[in-house]
Every structure is written in structure tokens, then in C-alpha cells.
Design a protein around this ligand. Structure first.
Ligand code: UDP
Length: 490
């Protein structure tokens, strides 16, 4: 539905085909299938199957099949439309299980976290069902716990004086998750605004609770992460669901998908040539993922901070909050006066509009830092290259990702939190300098990022003797699916 979900599914499909010799079928709606077709290498025989979907039947603009340009106020409608795919998916699985369409019957169905209800369909046909969580263990443990334990107001309140139960207790500041105390204290500003006030009865919470509570029906949870640095969250799910949880990551694409079909800028050669001209580890990459953006005032502060830091940077610039992703760029309104001209003349910065070849950029040796919204794919892509992070979480579980990256894993420093908060260019400048070149703390963050890169290399090592933890987890998952074959659960 979102690129942050579609991309890791494509990566998983290619991985299973190329490394595990599995026959893989990817199922999605027509426009997403058309895009996937362009991203699959010609050598691959991953099969693509379309299921019909007409967004206008669900009160959505025509052609809405993912969140690329979906206005925020339609997200719920879009999510709910996914529940209506049940009959279509059910009859598709019936056909596949009967060996129709020329494919051998599947032994395993892997679905996105929002399609956990497919467990019932899989089990009707004796097929193993796994939810693939493209987010991290810790981030999703917090996400899961927060949605399933609503409301948070009053529950764990701590007043300024430390006395629970005062009048102030509906405006808590800090709290611990009742079923995940190891997560340590969360601050109210680490909850997306909606979660701060939801009591569980609104349609968004109801949707979340339906799909999240059905994770318990899956036969396994696959997580795109590494046991070695994300064990807290993985253990939470093992305890909570009593199911096997397999950290199989990072499963990543070798090249970023292009976005040329939507008119978005995608300029691998321009980025590569520019990066080639810069010294090793001297460039900060700035991007807020595939669906988030910041406010106009924040863009200006960020621009001033970047310029003041004197660092080289590539910034994936998107229209600010309140503007459609396809809006005309209004540099004169959104950026400080003369900023694009100055950074071009000095050679310090490159602005890439809307969409960049992120994987290629992060794996270039000139990149030394990533100012990121902490979407989990971005985190994995960065850490696989040993690139430390400046976190600016904006939505969903990004807040908890940012927290674990800074407090537990030690590869990040947070520079901002949320779409509307005030960030100061001076603070940005200091933190950019610290992560890119700075003293003791910066050294430690950079050292730790290199250490995590090595940990990731070990986890995905496929050699017999030194087989990595993620490879073992993938073995165990595939074995479990084969052993399950034919077991029908009503
Ligand atoms: N991405 C990209 N170019 C961009 C923005 C994003 O290739 O300009 C890719 C990025 O490499 C990652 C995915 O889109 O694989 C974004 O996923 P993530 O989980 O980081 O964040 P989300 O977009 O879901 O918030």
C-alpha cells in the first residue's frame, strides 16, 4: 500500500527466488503490479498476479492503489478498502490451492501486517500463513502495544509532582507500556497526535485493533531486522503472541525503484556524478521517505542549518505539508531567499525533487550521515552501509524507531520530532556537525554505525560454518512452512 511496504515485499520475493530457489507469486492491485513489473529484473521469474480493485467504489479518487499521493484525510478510507478484498483474495487462494492458473499450489502465504486476516483464508486450504512486518522489532512492539492498550490518557499518568491521580492526570507526560516495560519510558511527544487522544472507539483505532489482534492467528511473524540489535522487540512478540518470530533481515533491494512513471525526479547519474566529486564520508543525505514531508517553516530552518553546518548534502525536497506531492515547486516560498542558487554555486548541496535513488546514494562512499524520518527501510538501508543517522521521526512507529536507534543501538541522534514542532537551525547545525565530524559523542555514533554494519554482514552470511542469524531464521521459517503443509485449521 505504501512504498515502505511494497518495496520490502519485492525484496523478499526476489530474495526467496534467487537465494532459496522458491517459486514466488506477488499479488497486488493492477497499478501496483504495473509498477512492480518495471522494478523486477528481466532475469527474475517472480510471477505477478493482479486482483481487481476500483478505488472509486470505495469513495477514493480514481487510480488510488497506494499512498504515494494519497491525502492524509483519506488514509482511513483507503485502509478500510483493503478489508473489502477478502472475497477476491479468498477465491484467488481457492484457485491457487487447486493448482489452477498453471502454478503449483502454494505452501506458504506471506501477507503484509494490514492483511493479517488472510490467516483464515490460508488455513482453510492447509497453507502456512506468515505476517511479514517490514518495520523493526522494537518500533513495532511499541506500535502494537500502544494500539492494543488504548486509551493512554490517565492510565499511566505521572503528574509533575510525581503523584498519580491528580487532576493533571489526563495530560500525562511520560509513561511505560503496560505489557512492554523493557521499552523504557516514552514521552507524550513520542506518540503521533492521534494516539495521544484516541480512546479506541474511533474507526481508525478499530481498524488498527482488528488487523493487529489478528497477528495472533498467523503461524509465524517475519520481521525485517536482525536479532543482534533488535532483540527487545522480537522477544516482546514471542512473549505476546506465543508464535515463532523470525528476524530475517535486512532483506533489501539492490537498486531503488524508479518513479519516472509519476513524473518524479529520479536521477541516479546526476546523484552519482555529484557524489563522485566529494570526499569520502563528507555528504549528508536528507530524506523523509516516500510519504512524509515537513512544514514550510521547518524546511526553511533545515535549509539554514544545512548551510551553516558547511557540510555537503543531498536533500530530497518535497512540497511541504498542505501541498500535494505533485504540486509545482515554489522555491521562493519554501526555501530561504537565494538558497538553491547559493548551494549550487558553492557545490555544497544538491536538491533532488520528490524522489531519489536512495539505496544507490546511501551505498556511495561519499555519504557519511543520513538525516532521516526513521522509516524502517531507510534505517536498514543506512545501517547496512554503516551510515549514522540524524533522526527526525514524523509519523507511525518512526518515533519509537528513533528512540531505539539513539538510546539502545547508539547509531543516531534525534534532531526533531513530529511534523509541526519548532526546530532551530542552530541546533540542527550542531547536531549535523556532531554526527558528520564531531568529537567524542560523534566518534562513538560513527563507530557504532560501523559495528552495526558488520553485525548485519554477519547476520546475512550464508556460508555453512558461519551461517548468520538471519539466514538461520529464514531456514527455520521455510522448514516450518513445509512441515505445516496440508494441515487444515477451521
Ligand atoms: N525511497 C526511495 N527514494 C526516495 C524516498 C524513498 O528510494 O526518494 C525508498 C527508500 O529507499 C525506502 C522506501 O522508499 O526503501 C521508504 O521506506 P521507509 O520505510 O524508509 O519509509 P516510508 O516511506 O514507508 O515512510
Amino acid at each position: 500500500m505504501a512504498q515502505g511496504h511494497i518495496i520490502p515485499f519485492l525484496a523478499l520475493a526476489l530474495h526467496l527466488e534467487q537465494r532459496r530457489n522458491c517459486a514466488v507469486t506477488l499479488v497486488n492491485t493492477p497499478l501496483n503490479i504495473a509498477k512492480l513489473r518495471r522494478s523486477i529484473p528481466p532475469s527474475s521469474s517472480v510471477r505477478l498476479l493482479e486482483i481487481p480493485f476500483r478505488s472509486s467504489d470505495h469513495g477514493l479518487p480514481p487510480g488510488t492503489e497506494n499512498t504515494d499521493s494519497l491525502p492524509y484525510d483519506l488514509i482511513l478510507k483507503f485502509l478500510i478498502s483493503s478489508l473489502r478484498l477478502e472475497p477476491t483474495l479468498s477465491s484467488l487462494v481457492a484457485d491457487l490451492a487447486a493448482g489452477e492458473a498453471g502454478f503449483p499450489p502454494p505452501i506458504c502465504i506471506v501477507t503484509d501486517m494490514f492483511f493479517s486476516w488472510c490467516a483464515d483464508i490460508s488455513h482453510r486450504y492447509g497453507i502456512f500463513h506468515a505476517v511479514f512486518n517490514a518495520g523493526g522489532g522494537y518500533g513495532f512492539a511499541c506500535y502494537y502495544s500502544l494500539w492494543l492498550n488504548l486509551p493512554h490518557r490517565r492510565q499511566n499518568s505521572v503528574s509533575d509532582s510525581g503523584d498519580a491521580g491528580e487532576e493533571k492526570d489526563s495530560v500525562f507526560e511520560e509513561f511505560t507500556l503496560p505489557d512492554f516495560p523493557e521499552a523504557s519510558t516514552l514521552h507524550i511527544t513520542q506518540l503521533p497526535p492521534f494516539l495521544q487522544s484516541a480512546d479506541g472507539s474511533d474507526p481508525f483505532s478499530v481498524f488498527q485493533r482488528v488487523v493487529l489482534s489478528k497477528w495472533a492467528n498467523a503461524d509465524a511473524i517475519l520481521v525485517n531486522t536482525v536479532e543482534g540489535f533488535d532483540g527487545l522487540g522480537l522477544d516482546y512478540f514471542r512473549r505476546k503472541l506465543g508464535k515463532p518470530v523470525f528476524p530475517i533481515g535486512p532483506v533489501l533491494l539492490k537498486n531503488s525503484p524508479t518513479k519516472t512513471d509519476t513524473g518524479m525526479t529520479n536521477s541516479p547519474e546526476i546523484c552519482k556524478n555529484w557524489l563522485d566529486s566529494k570526499p569520502a564520508r563528507s555528504v549528508l543525505f536528507v530524506s523523509f521517505g516516500s510519504q512524509n514531508t515537513i512544514a514550510e517553516a521547518q524546511m526553511k530552518e533545515l535549509a539554514v542549518g544545512l548551510e551553516a553546518s558547511g557540510t555537503n548534502f543531498i536533500w530530497v525536497i518535497r512540497p511541504p505539508l498542505g501541498f500535494d506531492i505533485n504540486s509545482e515547486f515554489r522555491d521562493e516560498d519554501w526555501l530561504p531567499e537565494g538558497f538553491p542558487e547559493r548551494i549550487e554555486a558553492s557545490g555544497k548541496g544538491l536538491l533532488v525533487r520528490r524522489w531519489a535513488p536512495q539505496v544507490e546514494i546511501l551505498s556511495h562512499e561519499s555519504v557519511g550521515g543520513f538525516l532521516s524520518h526513521c522509516g524502517w527501510n531507510s534505517v536498514l538501508e543506512s545501517l547496512s552501509c554503516g551510515v549514522p543517522i540524524l533522526g527526525w521521526p514524523l509519523a507511525a512507529e518512526q518515533f519509537y524507531n528513533s528512540k531505539v536507534l539513539e538510546e539502545e543501538i547508539g547509531v543516531s541522534v534525534e534532531v526533531g520530532r513530529g511534523k509541526e514542532i519548532v526546530v532551530r537551525s542552530g541546533d540542527l547545525k550542531d547536531k549535523i556537525e556532531m554526527v558528520m565530524v564531531g568529537g567524542a559523542k560523534g566518534n562513538e555514533i560513527r563507530r557504532r554505525a560501523s559495528e552495526i554494519r558488520e553485525m548485519i554482514k554477519d547476520a546475512v552470511n550464508e556460508d555453512g560454518e558461519g551461517k548468520g542469524s538471519s539466514v538461520e531464521a529464514m531456514d527455520e521459517f521455510l522448514n516450518a512452512a513445509v512441515v505445516f503443509r496440508g494441515r487444515k485449521i477451521n
